[in-house]
Unconditional design. Sequence first.
Lengths: 249, 183
Amino acid sequence: MTCNEAEILLHAFLDGELDAGHAREIEGHVATCPRCAAALRVYGELRAAMSRSDLRYVAPDSLRARINGMFPAATPRASNRWTLFNSFMLGSALSATAAASLMFAVVRSDQDQMIAGELVSAHLRSLQAERLIDVHTSDQHTVRPWFNGKVDIAPPVVDLAAQGFTLVGGRLDFIDGRAVAAIVYRRGGHVINLFVTQGSSFGRGSTLKTMHGFNVKLWSEQGLYFGAISDINADELQEFEEKFEAATR
Amino acid sequence: LSPNDGRERFETVVAPYLADAHAYARWLIRNRADAEDVVQEACVRAFRAIDQFSGSNGRAWLLTIVRNTAFTWLKEKRAEALVSMDGLNESERLAVERGALLESSTSPEGEMIAAADADELERHIAALPTEFREVLVLRDMRGLDYREIARITGAPIGTVMSRLARARSMLRTAWLATEGQPI
């Protein structure tokens, strides 16, 4: 490979976009060409500097409010099972039969909402004393093997301390009656629980919800399903997903 | 599609990516208030077209709409802002190409870039021609992959790659020039 070819392909290599064959060629070239090796290092630094959060414009709440205000208000719908359960327990006008069928309808029609509810419960449980972490370490190579034999997947575990999300450990948890891996991160004083499973009950596609004041982000990637939950704001949780995906790609 | 269904589709397909839409528009338009107007306009367009969206990548879909809206705005309000790659003159083109030759393997350039303050970096990025700037923003700040960027910008992947290479090279050259660092 010549330096001219390497000049363009270096970037694709850096971005993880090269196939294995070309990536090996770049590695081979860089190993023998100090100039291209230096270029690769510099572009890596440049990229890191650009991904720092102070260059990322944060969407102001006023913009979100403006956009929400553009639409005719949606008819309020029953938000979740917990509300229904409360109204039932409080002796509301709903008969037991009506409540049961309504609950069934809500659960059926909104699987994501149900999973989000389960994630909120698991998150709250984890915040109670001594339940947050089973394996305490910021070493990704300790957390990942710890899950061997405990869950039916090898969850991707990456330390994102350099990106502002510190890995603090892992935990075995249960969502929808199924053992899932919970990977725990901190951002400042905030805890982020990242649940990983291969159960498809998490739903496909990427969604962001707010529930009981927590933000819940669901997404799927390469056959695994992820649910991140925290009290950090929606933009930061979105950023967490991006950083996590970028680091595991 | 009932208004309620449209609203719900909007909440799942579009709303999660408002942060991306805002940052992309902000970097294209380079003015806070105008960028917010563009995002709002793009959201109106997305809402109207929401029943035509059938794919799985809401982010790329929304950003395509943001781009169209922003470029329409730029054409109307600031014709001069749209410098395409072909619009570079010979000396600029040489500067871009020579950028790659400027370093030596012993230069501590990387550390200097890492230490550069965000304002300065922002100024250099803002000074790049629009089509270079946007690939940097989409790739390096918002983390989109080449395929998504190709789809959003309507350019082949090869073009995305070369624009990204040249954008980063221009950025490095510009940064070194103002720093007055020995080369």
